[in-house]
Design a protein around this ligand. Structure first.
Ligand SMILES: C[S@@+](CC[C@H](N)C(=O)[O-])C[C@H]1O[C@@H](n2cnc3c(N)ncnc32)[C@H](O)[C@@H]1O
Length: 264
């Protein structure tokens, strides 16, 4: 069984591209690499965030690191138009052996999947120049609040988070970024939050995010069914509950991720 919750099937690779688009306006307003030249992206997946970064910061060269050859293969295709500004390395983020030196690091939705993520933060220091700028965006799944409290979604969400922990990940790693960066030796650490607080005052956005959320939740379902922690019926029940919340006149949908900025 794979130790990666979402798996590497084409639908999941497309989901990462869609996700970068849907959440882009929440993730990027604070991030600034305009004074950087050589960025290391860890857990770069299919290059969905890489594309956003390359467009936002035209002077940047990005080295994408991922431990999945199939993700990197798709990233190469997706980023063809940026050839010369991007390179790819297949490595485990916990055992980095990089020859280059970088002045910046970007990590998004990757540390949540890695056991002892502090080892990544410590290990990457060997490849960073003094004064390097770090931006990390990570999940804080305990922040999720929804109303009405429908049991299918409640059960599925609990199983989803427990399953990620059983794979060695941490669905609340975002909340721990500040302490981890400090212990790993970084300075000027700043934490901020982003996400959504939606209800029927903005029904269009509510439906958009609930539809996105359904895809996110479902992306774990193959591995969870295979591991026997959830049934197909429970997946459908989770999806039905999300549809019902979107229509409920008292619907509330709240989630916050955490962003950390630091300097080496
Ligand atoms: C949820 S995806 C996020 C991809 C990308 N950062 C984005 O936001 O679109 C997490 C990525 O981390 C990679 N990953 C997980 N554990 C890793 C590890 N130990 N070393 C390197 N990459 C890892 C996975 O292969 C996957 O591509």
């Amino acid at each position: 069984m794979s130790t990666y919750l979402h798996g590497f099937i084409p639908e999941e690779q497309q989901r990462l591209i869609d996700q970068a688009g849907i959440l882009g306006s929440l993730i990027y307003p604070r991030i600034d690499f305009s004074d950087c030249k050589n960025l290391l992206e860890i857990g770069s997946g299919v290059g969905a965030q890489t594309e956003v970064l390359l467009k936002l910061f035209p002077d940047l060269h990005i080295t994408c690191v991922d431990y999945s050859e199939s993700q990197l293969e798709m990233a190469r295709k997706n980023l063809e138009q940026f050839s010369g500004r991007v390179s790819f390395i297949c490595q485990d983020a916990k055992q980095l052996e990089l020859t280059g030196k970088y002045d910046s690091v970007f990590i998004c939705w990757a540390l949540e999947h890695i056991s002892e993520p502090i080892e990544v933060l410590k290990g990457m220091k060997n490849s960073l120049l003094p004064g390097s700028k770090i931006w990390i965006t990570e999940v804080f799944n305990s922040s999720f609040y929804f109303f009405p409290k429908l049991p299918g979604l409640e059960r599925y969400y609990e199983a989803y988070n427990k399953f990620q922990i059983s794979l060695g990940g941490d669905p609340d790693v975002g909340a721990k970024l500040g302490n981890m960066l400090k212990v790993a030796g970084y300075t000027e650490i700043e934490l901020s939050h982003g996400g959504f607080h939606l209800d029927q005052t903005n029904p269009g956005e509510l439906i958009k995010i609930i539809t996105y959320w359904k895809g996110l939740m479902k992306s774990g379902s193959n591995s969870m069914i295979q591991a026997g922690v959830i049934s197909k019926k429970e997946v459908i029940s989770m999806e039905n509950d999300l549809d019902q919340i979107a229509k409920d006149e008292n619907a509330v949908f709240f989630y916050q991720f955490v962003q950390a900025k630091a300097i080496l």
